[in-house]
Design a binder for this molecule. Structure first.
Ligand SMILES: [Zn+2]
Ligand SMILES: [Zn+2]
Length: 303
């Protein structure tokens, strides 16, 4: 095993007893075992930030041993969705008896579920946290963690915002959606052009926000599920390409870019080759200041 196949989970350790965990994909099972070996059993106080509640980002949770240990405390930050479900139910639905033998309330640690929306930065145990929406079929939050002059940013699952008015067929419908239906019946060339211009301005603004969240990061963990050649058949699925990740990282002047959310059908050798090609590409761009690599299971990075 080199790259590894577990789904999304990572931990940030700013020092002291602080634990910041992002996502609860299958990787959290091994993180839990590692935490159990650290000697603070029953005294863990961790903050878990969910990018979103798609299955590959939560389905490791039933296997997270520290959640079964009395005395451990977990505060779980969950992006709201539009379905009006209780946060707890969104996370624990996968632990109903139809799917799993042990329900959430058999987990003996204490858990608090906190609804999170995009908003101004807030502070948790001295760490400044900024959450911003990304571009995915459901609401997804990207996170920026700042502590002691170091910055870690997570941006996945997301794909670049595109100009919806470039889709001719759908243009009028989306016109209604964004601008309250004005002008549909009287649409003419001018208003179409205006819509297209407005659409590309909106897309540019939204893409700029993604860059700004990553600005000057010491480590940016960014969605890179597809190659640019693969992307045209995956538009709208909510994932980016390696080139998109490089674009954001170079524009934002990040120091390290970790390609993340690897395509499950990709073999290690293929990904390692893509990694080399991307490193060459960034070098040719004259951007030796940006180190790019594929995220690997169990990888530890000191900032
Ligand atoms: Zn997703
Ligand atoms: Zn995902």
């Amino acid at each position: 095993m080199n790259i590894g196949g577990n789904t999304s989970c990572m931990e940030i350790l700013p020092g002291g007893d602080r634990h910041f965990i992002i996502d609860m994909g299958t990787g959290i099972r091994e993180l839990g075992l590692d935490m159990m070996g650290r000697g603070n059993i029953g005294r863990v106080n961790a903050h878990i930030f969910l990018s979103h509640t798609h299955w590959d980002h939560i389905h490791g949770f039933p296997f997270f041993v520290p959640a079964f240990i009395p005395g451990n405390k977990f505060r779980m930050y969950v992006p709201v969705n539009s379905l009006n479900e209780k946060l707890e139910d969104i996370v624990s639905g996968q632990m109903k008896y139809s799917y799993f033998p042990v329900p959430l309330d058999h987990m003996a640690s204490s858990m608090e579920f906190i609804e999170l929306k995009e908003g101004p930065p807030f502070e948790i145990e001295g760490v400044k946290v900024t959450a911003k929406y990304l571009n995915h079929p459901i609401l997804v939050l990207g996170y920026r963690f700042e502590y002691n002059g170091k910055i870690v940013v997570t941006e996945f699952d997301t794909e670049p915002y595109s100009n919806i008015f470039n889709e001719e067929e759908e243009g009028d419908d989306m016109d209604d959606f964004l601008f309250g239906g004005s002008g549909k019946d009287s649409a003419n060339v001018t208003s179409d052009e205006e819509s297209i211009n407005e659409g590309s301005k909106v897309a540019d603004d939204m893409n700029r926000r993604v860059v700004e969240l990553a600005r000057d990061a010491d480590l940016l963990i960014f969605d890179a599920q597809y190659t640019t050649e693969e992307y045209p058949t995956k538009v709208g699925w909510g994932h980016s390409t390696f080139d998109d990740a490089i674009n954001v990282a170079t524009q934002a002047n990040v120091k390290r870019l970790a390609f993340f959310h690897h395509d499950p059908t990709r073999y290690d050798e293929e990904l390692e080759q893509i990694e080399k090609d991307c490193q060459l590409k960034v070098k040719k761009m004259g951007r030796n200041d940006v180190h790019v690599f594929a995220a690997r299971e169990g990888m530890e990075i000191d900032l």
